[in-house]
Design a protein around this ligand. Structure first.
Ligand code: S3P
Length: 442
């Protein structure tokens, strides 16, 4: 097991970019793979999770060239996929397994998807239920609807009007992807708005869904029209540096070419409420909006994060919990029980690790109460095999007295393989900090 040893870091003054968005990279490969021609995907995130999706689409006969790590040339097969010869390995990636289940449910063949130890504990009932109603047969071989997942696809998948019990973009996407193969209208209504990358990408590939409130409808059968696609930087990866800068008076960070989709920018709103100075400018609107975020550090204060804001910040809650520990006052995170079924039980992992660093935390069924503002103490903590826990606590270590050791950091390769390199660059005393240029208009 590999570990990082982190020491208190300096003020950050820099301009950076972050690797491609993970959610968008998955969808680009899948939709290009079922499109009617060749698509060049640039800005692709070459992480383990996204590579699992590349492997899954290749297993279905889609030819994918890789002229560069972040460029893929995907030769779409339309609706003519072929049966996989062996199990599809989704690794650690819940997005791969859940989105692919939508595609596989609509194929006239059997497939089986497997995952690593963490994915093999995650609930699949949420996709099994709607896809079964559409006529496919899905069997989870693990306990409590956990993988491996065996799918007997329906030769003629049926359209469905689905009321999803969870605000999950993975569930919504699985049903909509299956709906592209069905004859008729397939819709998903979710209790709160989750990230809308599938909808936006369907629009880009000229298979625009109809959207009304929290209901998204596709009319099938529909083959996406092949088009090139650029994946912007991942705001969820930028979030670690945004918090590192926000919580340190004197810091000043610009992140350029970063995704600013409105269903993902909740982190910026939360940081503003906490007292950070944040500006964002959308430079490109087409496909996925992206642009620049600028942040200046200040004394942070506690806030409440709950209700419909939760799906928008779902992946940022570990690093926001670290921001809360650094902020004066109490932060309440509620309505976030979904965190218990991510790559690890993130509520438990955050509470354990923050306590180890001397922070008072109350753990609730659906959230956390974090009493911030006391100095963090270096400690030995675990990633619990979860990339976002590892990276969040690396940032916590920059603010702690003494040494912080994070065990089990291999998992970071699932979403941000170059995280540690960037950490080194931003915190190295020998490295001259890049001056901030072109600050956004106030
Ligand atoms: C994702 C959706 C979110 C998020 C995950 C990626 C996606 O999950 O936590 O990291 O790409 O659709 P849910 O929407 O299922 O909560």
């Amino acid at each position: 097991m590999e570990r990082w040893t982190i020491h208190r870091g300096p003020i950050i003054r820099a301009e950076i970019t972050v690797p491609g968005d993970k959610s968008i990279s998955h969808r680009a490969v899948i939709l290009a793979g079922i499109s009617n021609g060749t698509c060049v995907v640039t800005g692709f995130l070459p992480s383990e999770d996204c590579r699992s999706t590349v492997g899954a689409m290749r297993a279905l006969g889609v030819e994918i060239e890789e002229p560069a790590p972040t460029t893929l040339i995907v030769h779409g097969r339309g609706h003519h996929l072929v049966a996989p010869e062996r199990d599809i390995d989704c690794g650690n990636s819940g997005t791969t397994m859940r989105l692919m289940s939508g595609i596989l449910a609509a194929q006239p063949f059997r497939s089986r998807m497997v995952g690593d130890a963490s994915l093999s504990r995650r609930p699949m009932k949420r996709v099994i239920d709607p896809l079964t109603q559409m006529g496919a047969q899905l069997t989870a071989e693990g306990p409590k609807s956990a993988p491996p997942l065996v799918i007997e696809g329906a030769a003629e998948i049926k359209p469905l009007e689905y009321q999803s019990p969870v605000a999950s973009a993975q569930v919504k996407s699985a049903v909509l992807l299956a709906g592209l193969f069905a004859h008729g209208r397939t819709s998903v209504t979710e209790p709160e708005q989750s990230r809308n990358h599938t909808e936006r990408m369907l629009q880009w590939f000229l298979a625009a869904p109809h959207i009304e409130g929290h209901t998204v409808t596709v009319v099938g059968p529909k083959t996406p029209e092949s088009r090139d696609f650029h994946v912007p930087g991942d705001l969820s990866s930028a979030a670690f540096w945004l918090v590192a800068a926000a919580a340190q008076p004197g810091s000043h960070l610009l992140v350029t070419d970063v995704g600013l989709n409105e269903t993902r920018t909740g982190i910026l709103a939360v940081l503003v409420r906490m007292g950070a100075h944040v500006r964002e400018i959308v430079e490109i609107e087409e496909g996925e909006p992206y642009g620049t975020v600028e942040i200046e550090g200040s004394e942070l204060k506690g806030t409440e994060i709950r209700g419909k804001e939760i799906p928008n910040v779902i992946d940022e809650l570990p690093i926001l919990a670290v921001a809360a520990a650094l902020a004066k006052g109490t932060t309440v995170i509620a309505d976030a029980a979904e965190l218990r079924v991510k790559e690890t039980d993130r509520l438990a992992a955050i509470a354990t690790n923050l306590r180890a660093m001397g922070v008072k935390v109350n753990e609730k069924d659906d959230g956390l109460e974090i009493f911030g503002g006391t100095p963090l103490k270096g400690a030995r903590v675990s990633s619990y095999g979860d990339h976002r826990i590892a990276m969040a606590f690396a940032i916590a270590g920059l603010f702690a007295e003494g040494e912080t050791v994070i065990d089990g950091i291999e998992c970071v390769a699932t979403s941000y393989p170059t995280f540690y390199e960037t950490l080194g660059r931003l915190t190295s005393p020998s490295e001259p900090q890049i001056p901030v240029v072109g600050a956004l208009p106030k």
